[in-house]
Design a protein around this ligand. Structure first.
Ligand code: SF4
Length: 695
């Protein structure tokens, strides 16, 4: 299939947008990329791709690309173009100067879920080995960190249990806090196919997403709960199943830990978890909750798919654990057609977490305080490593504001746009003495940067991405890096300049090291991935040489499944007279995250603006009509955007997307965060809406 070196040739690679990870075929005329088509042998997509993967790659050659490194000693000065050598040496000398003045822990890095596994691995290694601390975090902090935490506590592994094709065997599909037809379209199509064949559908979502009622799908139950009440709803499902004695007793007895089950059982039968209590909290009638729970428990093989509508809450980790509890009591683990399936937003969220991007974990989710693991890395890397967890992203911001954190290396994430409470992030960035931004474009964050290192797009490098089903797929170089360096080469050069030597010849070398040091990746190499048809699902090791499409078939990593009581605790973000509506957020099909790539594609379909969906009752109370400009005011800020009057949202709830920097929805999101992982509570913001006259 790959015919490199021919005048007209094609290169097989992997989409760099969402966590489906579709295989794509990049077709070239000479050196020019002319077409991107779905790869028919791609196991995640089976010959399909969505509009983003097929058509939104123009950003790679857009004139906004920065291709020369730049430095400046103050953010008030103009940028100065310099050689790679000068930029890297300047960055390294600033990091060293800051550490000498403020201490070893005064610097750190943020790695990107848009970059490859090999690149992310090198960033965390540079922080741990060259900077000498664990101040490494990832943009997964703000999306699926609760998935990593919650699934590890319950099922024993920080990853989804299934393969995408598993949905073809599902009899009941429960979707909570996800909108697959817009956010994960190729998987959404597989799901619709199964629904057309007769599978039942339960949707738990504040908004009427298209799966609730379209020509292609109709949910058997839509439970439009109040944003922020997922845990109460999931507990009520479990309460119904246990009190009606329709749980899977054999699975619980054979596969689950009896002590934690007993404790959980006492908890779940409390009145506070009944459908009646949940009805008061969620706004969904108790009878509807009961019927949906019965269908889930007795309708055959039942699978749960969830997204950021579960994780981005103050109880994000609690909700993930409640989902795992629900799957275990109904025996929906370890078979095709069942399971717990986090739909990852970015192409390599799973991989960036696997690669040790969290401040408390080495690659393979092993705690930095574990002496045996630390010894292994110390021997392999020939350096003494810190046993204390480092700073998470929000802690970095707080430490920057208080003056103890002064240097940040930020790879491929526009934190100023992506992270909540923009004013707070601005205050933190303004206090840094050295901000190094590595990106394709001069993004919003770069306004506060002192060093700009021009990164490479996924079309300009080799490596691997890991999708939402743990599938490690190759990405292959389609064109030369515009700046002359792939991201792994930039990080390697920085590490060398900091005084910690790295001499990888290629990303394949890096993957070999990852495999040597990470038990779940032990059998992975580029040669093995090729042998397996271009991708393989981890764990892939001597026990599972061909990978693991479905996890936990016979046992869990820690033996038995662990139950965790999941008490519902309301968010601190309350509505009141001043802020009577709840704002929640989501995505549209034709945009991606903050739009840095999709908006730089020469096709007008990519330029849709963010709109505020508001229910007709709330709109008429405020004299708002379609296309009026409205002001959205929260406790932390205000923004304006166009209104769209719609019954897709319930009265009391408003909804928008976060794709356009002009609307800047994170100006109004708050500092509330998940109790376990600090994942921001993007999905619940109390707001007031008012019409802007004479806009
Ligand atoms: Fe890319 Fe996701 Fe679309 Fe597939 S579904 S082409 S991975 S954006």
């Amino acid at each position: 299939v790959i015919e490199m070196g021919q005048p007209n040739h094609a290169v097989i690679t992997t989409c760099a947008y969402c966590g489906v990870g579709c295989g794509l075929k990049a077709e070239l005329k000479g050196e020019e990329l002319v077409r991107m088509t779905p790869w028919k042998d791609g196991k995640a997509n089976e010959g399909h791709a969505c509009v983003k993967g097929r058509f939104a790659w123009g950003y790679a050659t857009h004139s906004d690309r920065i291709t020369t490194p730049m430095i400046r000693s103050s953010i008030n000065e103009p940028w100065r173009q310099v050689s790679w050598e000068e930029a890297i040496n300047y960055a390294a000398s600033e990091i060293k100067r800051i550490q000498a003045k403020y201490g070893q822990n005064s610097v750190g890095a943020i790695s990107s879920s848009r970059c490859s596994n090999e690149e992310v691995y090198l960033v965390q290694k540079t922080v741990r080995a060259a900077m000498g601390n664990n101040n490494i975090d990832t943009c997964a902090r703000v999306c699926h960190s609760p998935t990593g935490f919650g699934l590890k506590q319950t099922l024993g592994e920080s990853a989804g249990t299934q393969t995408f094709e598993s949905v073809a065997d599902s009899d009941v599909i429960l979707i909570i806090g996800a909108n697959p037809t817009d956010a994960h379209p190729v998987f959404g199509s597989r799901l619709k196919k199964r629904l057309r064949q007769g599978a039942k559908l339960i949707v738990i979502d504040p908004r009427t997403i298209s799966l609730v009622s379209t020509a292609h799908a109709k949910a058997d139950y839509h439970l439009p709960l109040t944003p922020g009440t997922n845990v109460a709803m999931l507990n009520a499902f479990a309460h119904t199943i246990i009190s009606e004695n329709i749980q899977n007793k054999a699975f619980i007895a054979e596969r689950c830990d009896s002590e934690t089950f007993k404790e959980w059982l006492e908890f779940v039968l409390l009145d506070e978890n009944s459908p009646e209590s949940a009805a008061t909290i969620t706004g969904v009638p108790a009878q509807t909750i009961r019927e949906a729970a019965r269908l889930f428990a007795t309708g055959g093989k039942a699978a749960i798919y969830y997204g950021l509508g579960v994780t981005e809450h103050s109880q994000g980790s609690t909700a993930v654990m409640a989902i795992a509890n629900l799957a275990m009591i109904t025996g929906n683990i370890g078979l095709s057609g069942v399971g717990v399936n986090p739909l990852r937003g970015q192409n390599n969220v799973q991989g960036s977490c696997d690669m040790g991007s969290f401040p408390h974990e080495f690659p393979g989710y092993r705690h930095v305080s574990d002496t045996a693991t630390r010894n292994q890395f110390e021997q392999a890397w020939e350096v003494k490593l810190d046993a204390n967890p480092g700073l998470r992203i929000p802690n970095m911001f707080n430490a920057a504001i208080s003056g103890s954190f002064k240097g940040l290396y930020c790879q491929g994430e526009d934190i100023l746009q992506s992270d909540p409470n923009t004013q707070h992030v601005e205050a933190a960035l303004a206090n840094l003495e050295c901000l190094i931004v590595q990106d394709l474009f001069l993004n919003e964050t770069a306004k506060y940067a002192h060093v700009f290192l021009p990164g490479a797009s996924f079309l300009e490098k080799d490596g691997t991405f890991t999708n939402a089903e743990r599938r490690i797929s190759r990405i292959r170089k389609v064109m030369r890096p515009k700046s002359g360096m792939a991201d792994w080469e930039i990080t390697q050069a920085l590490s060398n300049a900091l005084g910690y030597p790295m001499q990888y010849e290629s990303p394949s070398d890096i993957m070999d090291e990852i495999a040597r040091l990470t038990p779940t990746f032990a059998s992975i190499s580029y040669a093995h991935i090729e042998k397996m048809g271009g991708s393989v699902q981890w764990p892939c090791n001597p026990q599972n040489p061909e990978g693991t499409p479905i996890m936990h078939i016979e046992s869990f990593p820690h033996g038995k499944g662990t139950f965790v009581p999941t008490k519902y605790i309301p968010t601190n973000e309350r509505t009141n007279k001043r802020f009577p509506l709840i704002l929640t957020t989501g995505r549209i099909l034709t945009q991606y995250n903050v739009g840095a790539q999709t908006r730089r594609t020469s096709n007008t379909v990519w330029h849709e603006e963010d709109l505020l969906e508001i229910h007709p009752h709330d709109a008429s109370d405020r004299g708002v009509e379609d296309n009026d400009i409205v002001q959205i005011t929260s406790r932390v800020g205000q923004i304006a955007m166009k209104a769209k009057v719609s019954t897709r949202v319930q009265p009391g709830v408003v909804y928008t997307t976060f794709h356009h920097p002009v609307s800047g929805s994170n100006v109004i999101t708050t500092d509330n965060a998940d109790w376990a992982t600090s994942c921001p509570e993007y999905k619940v913001t109390a707001v007031q809406i008012s019409k802007v006259e004479n806009y």
